[in-house]
Design a protein around this ligand. Structure first.
Ligand code: FAD
Length: 416
């Protein structure tokens, strides 16, 4: 089919209809802006990343979607840690965090959650188009011309005053600008599958996530509302390179390296006999804003998912990003300062999580997770971090500094 002539004008074009893109599109459309939201796939589509944080619940409230997510979600009240160095598991509850008003989150099927967010953007007035992949973006002083290809092979073009890149790990603009930097400290990969009849914790603990550490990485164990349980192994690269068997057998062998996990799966069967593998390495872009664009969520940066922080950071970046769009389009004198704030903000969350992620296997830090003591309210501060309570008014930073100082004192000379 022939290309249409003049590009269709809009205020904001959003690349990618995942949590970041759909949230931003809904908020902007609600403000009366002309928003085009392009998603290359069709919802409901599979996505990994099924465990949410308590701080995310407030974001669903602000979107008016709490009940919709509640309907599909499995309540998650805390995190269970299981480690070969300890003879019993430790359960930590979000209700014990500093701020007691955010005691729970949900485990979700991302196909369901992401569809709710996407349809919400459309309901708020965004033009939400599926099966439409952005191929090219050309910027100039006034905005950008965006070219996208639809499933039927036809090409469409838009003229946007602002572009939000929410393309996830595809990192559309970061690739275009050759701005992507991989983190050499973290290049693990994940193997995962869904199980029926996996053992569950009793009563209200049933929906809690369990993190099992084992010799070559860690596992997630995420009970979903439909009775299946998502199990994934995040493995260090040397281990995956050692693979000589088909993926399914290798996954079974890997599970067998963690006896506590194997016991919980003793009666379980793998749904559709399917095991998946995905790259899980961390990266960041050198920058996340320009005069006519922002990068949101995974399009800007990705950190190891051990704290289930990705969806929250992605959606929160959308809430922050719409302020920069408003400044650029309505109050240009304020745009540069708004972008600077956004750049600082986008680094804060990943930086705070990463500090602990890279040290989560260090004995000093792990002791606090496994046997959380509470001097200087360190336990509450750590739980608040785990709950995602990092952008609000909760004063957790002094306590976390105490923990970091303790770590540096004890670990001097032993960086990991
Ligand atoms: P995405 O959710 O990836 O959405 C991007 C969307 O853009 C996709 O729908 C994609 O199809 C679309 N797209 C891409 N390119 C284009 C294009 N050119 N044109 C049009 N559309 C495009 N997070 C958690 O919170 N909890 C977890 O338990 C968790 N576990 C994880 C486990 C693993 C192994 C991995 C890899 C990640 C995990 N995450 C987890 C992270 C989480 O999945 C992401 O942080 C989150 O999905 C980011 O949302 P997003 O909107 O930025 O990107």
């Amino acid at each position: 089919p022939a290309e249409s002539d003049a590009p269709t004008p809009c205020d904001v074009l959003v690349i990618g209809g995942g949590p970041a893109g759909s949230t931003a599109a809904a908020l902007l459309a609600q403000q009366g802006r002309q928003v085009v939201l392009l998603e290359k796939e069709h919802h409901p589509r599979f996505h990994i990343g099924e465990s949410l944080l308590p701080a995310n619940v407030q974001l669903f409230d602000r979107l008016g979607l709490r009940q919709d997510i509640e309907r599909i979600g499995m309540p998650k009240w805390g995190v269970e840690f299981v480690s070969p160095d300890h003879d019993h598991a430790t359960m930590v509850e979000f209700g014990d965090a500093w701020d007691k008003t955010m005691p729970y989150a949900w485990q979700v099927r991302r196909s369901e959650m992401d569809e709710i967010l996407f349809r919400n953007a459309a309901a708020r007035g965004a033009q939400a188009i599926e099966g439409c992949r952005v191929r090219d973006v050309q910027f100039d002083a006034e905005g950008a011309t965006v070219t996208a290809k639809q499933d039927d092979g036809s090409t469409r073009r838009w003229r946007a005053r602002f572009v939000l890149d929410a393309s996830g790990r595809d990192t559309f603009l970061s690739n275009k600008f050759k701005a992507k930097q991989k983190n050499p400290r973290h290049n693990s990969s994940a193997l995962f599958g869904h199980f029926r009849n996996a053992d569950r914790l009793p009563g209200r603990l049933e929906g809690n996530i369990t993190i099992f550490w084992f010799a070559h990485g860690w596992f997630w164990y995420i009970p979903l509302a439909d009775g299946t349980t998502s199990v994934g192994a995040v493995c260090w690269p040397y281990y995956l390179k050692s693979r000589k068997k088909p993926l399914q057998e290798f996954f079974a062998d890997t599970i067998a390296l963690c006896p506590e996990l194997q016991a919980r799966l003793s009666k379980a069967t793998l749904v559709d006999d399917a095991v998946y593998a995905t790259g899980n390495y961390s990266y960041t872009s050198t920058h996340c804003s320009g005069e006519r664009y922002l990068m949101l969520g995974d399009a800007f940066t990705f950190i190891d998912p051990v704290f289930s922080s990705g969806v929250y950071l992605a959606m929160h970046s959308a809430f922050e990003g719409v302020g920069v769009v408003a400044a650029t389009l309505d109050r240009p004198a304020e745009a540069a300062a708004a972008r600077q704030r956004f750049e600082r903000y986008m680094r804060k969350g990943p930086r705070e999580f990463s500090w602990f992620i890279f040290r989560v296997t260090n004995p000093t830090i792990r002791e606090f997770f496994m046997y959380p003591e509470n001097p200087f309210r360190v336990k509450e501060a750590l739980l608040s971090l785990l709950a995602g309570d990092i952008y609000g008014k909760t004063p957790i930073w002094r306590s976390l500094r105490v923990l970091k100082t303790l770590y540096y004192l004890v670990s001097a000379g032993h960086p990991r």
